[in-house]
Design a protein around this ligand. Structure first.
Ligand code: GDP
Length: 199
């Protein structure tokens, strides 16, 4: 049994030595800034204002580790794709990704995209990191509440094509605002760590 409400912030990692490397599963969240990554994490955990909402551009690039019920790590990768980010910051982001992915610590990747828009070049780059990891990975298509039902099939198809998703990678429509998709995403996470949840 996993109690999702029992979530604590563990640390901000800025270099490889900061990564925990015990045997606990690591569920890794990635997405471009403002896609709603913090909101999705908060919704999944059933917490308000837990993962910080809307971080300021230009802050130090770091990976946030949360410990969930002492049984798994929720790993919050730095948001990417700020419009006015410097070359140096882009390089810093790439280096930190390289360090994290090279360690092979992830159990499941959760990549968040905006269901309203074609994925950006940065989204495609992030998808390449997950694909290259050869670990299971899912796409959470957030802000479902902002599109019409009639648009859904086309939106999902464009996301799948643009990110060049392998067939086994699911795209799960989600709304951090309204809660749609929560049960499905939690089910996938729990399946990969082999537990039931108390939500
Ligand atoms: P982050 O930068 O990716 O962590 O994004 P935030 O969680 O701070 O969300 C960015 C903005 O999008 C905020 O104004 C949220 O309220 C809004 N937002 C996030 N998820 C949703 C959603 O599912 N639907 C709607 N309508 N707005 C959302």
């Amino acid at each position: 049994m996993l109690n999702l409400h029992n979530a604590v912030f563990l640390r901000s990692a800025v270099k490889e030595a900061d990564f925990p490397d015990d045997d606990l599963p690591q569920i890794v969240f990635a997405g471009k800034s403002n896609v709603g990554k913090s909101s999705v994490i908060n919704k999944l955990l059933g917490r308000r204002n837990f993962a910080r909402v809307s971080a300021q551009p230009g802050k130090t690039i770091h990976i946030n580790y949360f410990l969930i019920d002492e049984q798994l790590y929720l790993v919050d990768l730095p948001g990417y794709g700020y419009a006015r980010v410097s070359k140096a910051e882009q390089q810093r982001w790439g280096m930190l990704m390289e360090e994290y992915f090279a360690r092979g610590l992830l159990t499941l990747g959760v990549q968040i995209v905006d269901i309203r828009h074609k994925p950006t070049r940065d989204d495609v780059t992030m998808a390449e990191w997950f694909r290259a990891s050869e670990k299971p990975w899912i796409i959470v298509a957030n802000k479902l509440d902002k599109i019409k039902k009639s648009q859904l099939a086309d939106r999902l198809a464009e996301i799948r094509q643009t990110l060049l998703l392998p067939e086994e990678v699911p795209v799960i429509p989600f709304s951090a605002e309204k809660g749609m998709g929560r049960d499905e995403v939690l089910a996938v996470i729990l399946e990969h760590i082999g537990k039931d949840a108390h939500t």
